[in-house]
Design a protein around this ligand. Structure first.
Ligand code: CUA
Length: 321
């Protein structure tokens, strides 16, 4: 019993638990979840009580069981049809109330962010600041933020369990969603619609910062990449003449392709490959040399470079902060 309770409670916290809300959106979902859970438990207990009564009665000697109960049919109509309809009807009304409350932000959004879901990563754009990043969404804490969810290939679903409900990304459509985190913090997000072999590895993070820190982060992201120094100039040349520049952009250089993530401030990111690897030199090398080993099925091709070219390229990437 103790183990059961422990196992049940363990699911209620953690970085991807909708029952551990960190904002008003997820809090409303949590309230509805507990209401439905409580009603389900009550119905379950009543049904079990009737079942137990039936089993006990069936053990009596046959002659003593009263076969024709005068209120039998009425009981079936009330307990089997009317009461379930009342319970389901009430829950439907409460769900509609919550859906309507979740459709509008609690107050006027202060930032608009475009999120483009792709197989299998997230492009994050701040149109007002003209900043572009990937897989990490920075927002100001304790403020409502407006999201425009876009799609280009297949259907994906945007889900930050501790902050909001799931919302689909549909190709050639714009869906909207608001986000609000009560406190600064890091909240895990995940694609919640099966979208191919790497669906489970389509992870992102929402990073809520105090307003001043968010402003300086956004101002930095809007800047073009800094000029390479040390050995990194060679790395930039390698980047621009190899396959890298065919798919990625580094603002401030000739590389402006839109196929893969914008790498202008790559070194600032905590993870690469949509949350699969931490952003370290060794992991960058591993991924560039053999992307299919890290994330089978992705469109990034392996890049073959001489060892000194690879080291220079890594120097360059590590300077993109
Ligand atoms: Cu994208 Cu699942």
């Amino acid at each position: 019993m103790t183990i059961l309770c422990w196992a049940a409670a363990a699911g209620c916290s953690g970085e991807a638990s909708a029952l551990d809300p960190a904002g008003p959106g997820a809090r409303r979902v949590e309230g509805l979840w507990w209401l439905m859970f409580a009603i389900s438990c009550a119905v379950f207990v009543v049904v079990l009580a009737f079942l137990a009564a039936a089993v006990i009665r069936s053990r009596r000697p046959t002659g003593s069981i009263q076969r024709d109960v005068p209120w039998g049919n009425r009981f079936v109509i009330v307990a089997g049809i009317i009461i379930p309809c009342l319970i389901l009807g009430a829950l439907f009304v409460v769900s509609l109330r919550d859906m309507s409350a979740l459709s509008a932000p609690p107050e006027e959004p202060t930032v608009t962010i475009e999120v483009v879901a792709r197989v299998w990563w997230w492009e994050i754009r701040y149109p007002e600041a003209e900043a572009v990043t990937a897989n990490e969404i920075y927002i100001p804490a304790d403020e409502s933020v407006q999201l425009r969810l876009l799609g280009t290939d297949v259907i994906h679903s945007f889900w930050v369990p501790r902050l909001q409900v799931k919302t689909d990304h549909i190709p050639d459509r714009v869906n909207t969603l608001w986000l609000k985190a009560d406190e600064p913090g890091r909240y895990r997000g995940q694609c919640a619609e099966f979208c191919g072999i790497q669906h489970a590895n389509m992870i992102f993070w929402v990073e809520a910062l105090p307003r001043a820190e968010f402003d300086s982060w956004l101002a930095e992201q809007a800047e073009p990449a800094q000029e390479p120094t040390g050995g990194a100039e060679t790395g930039e040349e390698v980047f621009l003449r190899s396959a890298c520049a065919g798919c990625h952009a580094v603002r401030g250089t000739e590389a402006n392709a839109q196929v893969g993530p914008d790498l202008t401030h790559l070194a600032e990111r905590e993870t690469i490959v949509a949350g699969v690897l931490s952003n370290t030199r060794a992991n960058l090398r591993r991924f560039i040399e053999d992307p299919q080993e890290v994330k089978p099925g992705i469109i990034m091709p392996p890049v073959e470079l001489a060892d000194e070219e690879m080291e220079a390229l890594l120097d360059y990437l590590e300077q993109l902060d």
